[in-house]
Design a protein around this ligand. Structure first.
Ligand code: ADE
Length: 266
């Protein structure tokens, strides 16, 4: 998968994309990543990417011209890349993947669709994603014409679209085949089956008087699986009952969670 970002602080990606699983995904050739600096597609001495809002009001608004110009270059067309792709671009750098199939474009905005595991899975099936990120300010509405996805992390405002995009990128990339080793695959984790994951333990078996549940030491894997499923059901019923409607439960499990809910209220 190819992932690219377009923003005014591309250096913000260095630590996240250069460490741990995101780094490993690139080393394994599963992910190709590039962070572009929107200022490379400006034409004035100050490399201006924002301006005062029409109609007044506080703050600045990101201009649409550099965004469209960068988008054209990233897609291998427009004035910044020659038709043959062989010459130096007229403005801005030559984007690394401009000869690849067109990207799906993702804008990070508090006005977007709420990000969740299903959307992470949907994005992980795309071949190429381009994240367009604002910083402090909003983006001129006309730039949203380029958006295939408008995504919000939740009902709060971040100063940095870069930070929001890194959350989405992490959740997407870890779903790509081969990124997580078999030892910590994505199969048992929260949300995959619509439930929260069960509690986990590691050594020591007793810590400050608290013992690991007996069943996990039993070696009986059928029993362990059924304990884990039950713990998922209990935890979800207690902490996120809103998830239960969409979860795939047997009639017997539905009855069980209803009893959990009743026990909780009592
Ligand atoms: N940019 C600023 N706030 C955001 C949010 N809540 N989600 C996604 N992008 C954002």
């Amino acid at each position: 998968m190819i992932i690219e970002t377009l923003s005014t602080f591309p250096a913000m990606y260095e630590s996240v994309m250069g460490s741990s699983m995101m780094k490993r995904a690139q080393e394994k050739g599963i992910l190709e990543f590039a962070a572009y600096d929107l200022r490379d597609w400006t034409h004035d001495r100050h490399r201006t990417t924002d301006d005062d809002p029409y109609g007044g009001g506080a703050g600045l608004v990101m201009k649409c011209e550099p965004i469209f110009e960068a988008y054209d270059a990233i897609c291998g067309r427009g004035p910044s890349v020659s038709p043959t792709g062989s010459e130096q671009p007229l403005t801005g750098p030559r984007p690394r993947f401009c000869d690849a199939a067109l990207p799906k474009t993702v804008f990070l905005t508090p006005c977007g669709r709420r990000f969740d595991d299903a959307l992470a899975t949907e994005l992980s099936r795309e071949g190429r994603l381009l994240f367009v990120c604002g910083h402090y300010e909003g983006i001129d509405q006309r730039a949203y014409r380029l958006a295939d996805y408008e995504i919000s992390l939740g009902d709060y405002v971040l100063t940095s679209g870069e930070l929001a995009s890194m959350v989405v990128i992490d959740a997407v990339v870890r779903k790509l085949d081969g990124v997580l080793g078999a030892e910590n695959g994505a199969a048992d984790e929260s949300f995959v089956d619509g439930l929260l994951e069960p509690p986990q333990y590691t050594r020591p078996a007793v810590f400050r008087g608290e013992a690991v549940p007996e069943v996990l030491l039993s070696g009986n894997h059928a029993l362990i699986d059924s304990w884990r499923r039950e713990q998922s059901l209990i935890r979800t019923a207690r902490l996120r009952p809103d998830l239960l409607d969409g979860a795939d439960l047997s009639a017997c499990e539905r009855e069980f969670v209803e009893r959990c809910g009743i026990a909780d209220e009592g």
